[in-house]
Design a protein around this ligand. Structure first.
Ligand SMILES: C[S@@+](CC[C@H](N)C(=O)[O-])C[C@H]1O[C@@H](n2cnc3c(N)ncnc32)[C@H](O)[C@@H]1O
Length: 268
């Protein structure tokens, strides 16, 4: 039986390479995510200078389209081993993860619409993403300033995938983590969130990690409480099959939102 580990054990028990194997096996759900993301990007509302990915893990596939919309990307991640995997990929170190099939797939999905240069190859996109990722830094969403001791924010946009529900042991800490994370985003800034829905755990190799069971209503209310508006959601239901038995979840939630702009105080 798999041993169940908790948030603090991410540093010691999270195996980035095995995790990526699980991520890669979720072909249908990755496809659904990228179709939804492309639809959001096609609105033209998601672009700017600096964006941050909160709880990146060792994963970069979600950033492939985003690097065409934001000049700089900061990957913020809790686990040291994941940060190393990302850094190795960025620096093209020997033995680093090969994301080539993913780049080919995402660039194909975008067609010419999603690309700045219609003749861009997936290899060029890999180099564009390497350049766009300016930094890979530590992050802990349980802290009031998740990037402590740094204070060089706010960011124009924020992306987070499968992180808050893994980092939070209960609903109160989830709500607080949303508030902490939101403090890094400028007023009017955009958020894209991809979450497990109604999950209890996921397994990597022999290790089982708990997931806080969140519903769409709960996630929306936590975001509203933290000052987000224009919340739009899509649920993706999960059907367990032999390839993806690693997940005890009901589905996924794709969500976009905007952080409320500061209201000007009117002087009488
Ligand atoms: C299921 S993985 C998701 C990784 C990646 N974003 C993805 O979509 O594949 C959960 C991630 O949350 C990170 N995490 C755990 N506790 C955290 C915390 N307190 N603050 C920020 N990230 C945390 C883990 O290190 C891990 O990378």
């Amino acid at each position: 039986m798999a041993a169940v580990y908790h948030r603090v054990d991410y540093d010691t028990h999270f195996n980035p390479e095995k995790y990526i194997q699980v991520v890669m096996s979720l072909i249908e759900y990755n496809r659904r995510f990228h179709v939804l993301l492309q639809k959001s990007l096609d609105t033209g509302k998601f672009c700017g200078d600096r964006m941050i990915d909160i709880g990146s893990g060792p994963n970069i596939h979600q950033l492939i389209p985003l690097c065409m919309r934001y000049k700089e990307i900061v990957c913020a991640e809790y686990t040291e081993s994941c940060r190393r995997v990302l850094q190795n990929w960025k620096e093209k170190k020997r033995g680093s993860l090969d994301w080539t099939p993913c780049f080919k797939y995402v660039c194909g999905l975008e067609g010419n619409n999603g690309m700045l240069f219609s003749d861009e190859t997936s290899e060029e996109r890999e180099n564009n993403l390497r350049k766009a990722i300016k930094e890979i830094i530590p992050c802990d969403v349980t802290k009031a300033n998740p990037l402590e001791p740094r204070s060089d924010y706010p960011f124009d946009a924020m992306f987070t995938s499968l992180c808050l529900e893994c980092a939070s042991p209960d609903s109160r800490s989830y709500r607080q983590a949303v508030v902490n994370m939101a403090s890094l985003l400028k007023p009017g800034g955009r958020l894209i969130l991809w979450s497990f829905l109604n999950g209890t755990s996921y397994t990597i190799g022999e290790t089982e990690f708990p997931i806080l069971k969140v519903s769409e209503g709960f996630v929306k209310s936590a975001l509203k409480e933290a000052g987000f508006i224009d919340i739009e959601t899509t649920q993706v239901f999960y059907r367990e099959d032999s390839d993806t038995t690693a997940l005890n979840i009901g589905g996924f939630l794709y969500l976009t939102a905007t952080k409320k702009a500061r209201t000007q105080s009117v002087r009488k």
